[in-house]
Write a protein that binds this ligand. Structure first.
Ligand SMILES: *Cc1c(COP(=O)(O)O)cnc(C)c1O
Length: 387
């Protein structure tokens, strides 16, 4: 976030700042790393559905992972190929299923027996064949926050083990259904690659299970969840995609002709976005100093929702004074919303702040803008795109 203060000085805040060159570089690095092994990436649109972001990503030749009909429609409108769209989610409505079928998407990631039945009915009424990927719950602990752990037996996601045979039976008996893949997703913000190693072991077992029963499943979809470095967004602005994909190359045992797909959200968009805010007031308490911003949990919910860490920075003049010469103060960085959880960070060490200072809350490109709300009748966001 160097040299942006000047550019942002006259902008209205709170504002989402998007670094489009960094976004493009991130997608290209990810895509090149995946291409090395012939792997395919679907960008998980739920992480950020900003039109500019979608237009940029779709131009770079990755597919889309959608979790609603509206996401499917928007993905296609913003340039993603319908044949490269996958549709996930435990609660797909009839209307959404119909829209997906009409657009001939690549696959439905299916999560229950009943859902398969409904997709089959709608597909046959439209004279279509629905491509099905069964979402298997691999029971791998993602070792991440429990709100973003999805691959354990106790989570609501995926086909229940005891329902699997019924699923296969339904698929076999319906010409409107075609089994094209197995889908796995264990959680989000996963930074320990051992989690993915354990996932590979489970995927290999499942892959063998289907293969031994005579099912050739062309697509293995390993989901998303690759975590980013929230602590040091400048030192590691792009995650090590090479290591990530190499791990799968090492540990996945593919059957002949199988493709491997990934659904990456956060690792693609998190670091290209920052929430920019102005200091409204400084309040010096008895025990603490508070910096009250004009942005809050309504603009970036992650800290309030799951105690997420975001680096908080003061945007300074270009000519930086020597670090040691600046006197630093600890602040609780809070928003204006009437909730105690409306706090971006506690005891954050920053140069002494004054009213009007510009603050950057970093790595806000994923699950930031998309989770913003109108609570307290907050006004629409402002944007700045670095071209
Ligand atoms: C949310 C989600 C993703 C993307 O997760 P990230 O952590 O943002 O990479 C991928 N697949 C599924 C099924 C999801 O629900």
């Amino acid at each position: 976030m160097e040299n942006v203060r000047e550019e942002l000085q006259n902008q209205s805040t709170p504002l989402y700042y998007y670094d489009l060159p960094l976004l493009r570089e991130t997608v290209n690095v990810a895509k090149n790393a995946a291409d090395r092994y012939g792997y395919k990436i679907h960008y998980a649109i739920k992480a950020n559905n900003n039109s500019r972001i979608l237009e940029e990503i779709s131009q770079l030749g990755v597919g889309a992972d959608c979790v609603s009909g509206a996401e499917i429609a928007l993905a296609i409108e913003k340039g993603f190929q319908p044949a490269e769209v996958v549709f996930a989610g435990v609660g797909k409505t009839d209307k959404e299923i119909q829209l997906a079928l009409e657009n001939d998407i690549l696959a439905f990631n299916v999560e229950s027996v009943q859902e398969i039945g409904v997709i089959s009915e709608i597909a046959s009424s439209l004279g279509k064949v629905a491509n099905i990927a069964l979402r298997i719950n691999p029971n791998v602990d993602a070792k991440t926050h429990h709100y973003i752990t999805t691959g354990l037996d106790e989570n609501k996601f995926g086909i229940m083990m005891h329902e699997l045979d019924t699923c296969l039976e339904i698929i076999e008996n319906h010409a409107s259904l075609s089994l094209v893949g197995l889908h796995f997703h264990v959680g989000s913000q996963i930074t320990d690659l051992n989690v993915y190693k354990r996932l590979c072991v489970k995927v290999n077992e499942w892959n063998a299970y289907f293969y031994d029963r005579g099912y050739t499943v062309p697509i293995l979809n390993l989901g998303g969840g690759l975590g980013i470095n929230y602590m040091e967004p400048d030192e590691e602005s792009i995650v090590n995609f090479s290591n990530f994909f190499y791990l799968f190359h090492q540990f996945l045992e593919l059957k002949p002709g199988q493709e491997v797909h990934f659904e990456l959200g956060r690792s693609i968009v998190a670091n290209c976005g920052s929430l920019i805010s102005r200091v409204l007031y400084i309040k010096n308490g008895l025990k603490k100093n508070f910096a009250i911003l004009d942005a809050g949990m309504t603009e970036l919910l992650r800290p309030a929702l799951y105690q997420a860490y975001h680096k908080v920075e003061l945007l300074q003049e270009d000519k930086q004074i020597e670090e040691e010469e600046i006197s630093k103060v600890r602040y609780d960085i809070v928003g204006p919303i009437c909730e105690s959880s409306d706090c971006f960070g506690k005891d954050v060490l920053l140069p002494e702040l004054i009213r009007g200072d510009l603050i950057a809350i970093r790595s806000a490109g994923a699950y930031g803008e998309v989770m913003s709300s109108r609570y307290n009748l907050r006004q629409p966001l402002n944007y700045f795109y670095k071209e």
